[in-house]
Design a protein around this ligand. Sequence first.
Ligand code: GLC
Length: 426
Amino acid sequence: MRRFGDARDWFFRKRFGLFIHWGLYALHGWHEQEQWRRRVPAVEYQNLREQWNPTAFDPEEWLDLAEEVGMEYLVFTTKHHDGFCLWDTKLTDYNTMHTPYGRDIVGMLAEACHRRDFPLGLYYSIVDWHHPNYPNQGRHHELPRPKPGDQPDWDAYMDFLRGQVRELCTNYGPIHAFWWDMNVPEHGDPSVNAMIRELQPAAVINNRGFDEGDFGTPERESGTEGDPAQPFDRPTEACQSVGVESWGYREDEDYYTDRHLQRSMTRYLARGANYLLNVGPTAQGLIPTRARAVLRRLGDWYARVREALVDVEPCSHLTDNRDVLLTRRGNTLYVHLVGDPVCDAVKLKPLAIEPKSAIMLNTGEPVQWAVDLLPSEHESQRPCLRLKRLPVSEQATTVLVAKLEFVHLPPGEAGGGEQQSDIRQS
Ligand code: GLC
């Protein structure tokens, strides 16, 4: 995979991040796009700011939880589509300073992150349902028409946006990511990212802004299509929320299963992508109890299997079994059982070499193996490496990961051919 070769390379070492969607929409706890999806009149929505007073917000608690779960960076919504700003911006008074709370949330969060060297990324929505110059005209994720009193003017809006980006990239110390969202007009302008790069050289920039940026951003399962054996060909960060319906706080949220999240995470991390997992704090500033429980269980699994997902090379091409994904570090091979296991064994054809040891990372228990000819392989007459008696029923809600150590694990090559002979026993 291409590296950047500069301060942005932190992104390849820290692979699992916490995404946080927080704003006025947490007050009703329905969805972060409540204003648009429930057709709330702008004036009514804006009045929510009079109730914005998240007295229980403690950035240290968010970071403690992130660290406990094994997350290594944070991306935070400074301004979502509703246009409400969570920092002390001088460019609109639709911000957290002009509320009963009256404190600079981005500032508080940035200070807490800097105290523990925790990289902070900033999310910024280009579409804006509040700013009078943003040309809302009913495209997807836009209000159907300008609000009374609006003066749609793209150039004026871009001046405002640049000014805000400059504030965010100047007033809060080192920023490690700039996370654009919803460039609805699909406007191109490389000078905006150029400004971020000048002000914040360690910041990776995503591809949802005004140019291609540094990395792709598949959402939920959208990036798991295609050949699962192929690593991503550009830096990638998948994003996913713990809840099915919403990114912002949703009181009546339906949460993903542990196994779904483990699979989703494996399908991205094992192919070289980062994983950004989102929660939506309540209007008080607390991460909801059920979301915390989901994260903690995922963190428990991740702590056990992390070595198979970080600092490894994707190498699923070593087998033609598409129910598993493979990663390796030198002569250590990791077998991720991402498919739904139909039996208690995994065949790793055409691999046919014996490991010197094998354990199940999830439990630390030894794994049994054999390299032999199976009745079902009578046509090829080729023995293959098989892991057997795996605890698939006992651990039915878990993505199991086996760790195999070899004396020499050859490179092999996607698509078979000459070089594959060395992964078979002679
Ligand atoms: C989707 C949602 C948006 C959210 C984003 C995060 O685009 O519509 O609300 O902020 O995902 O990637």
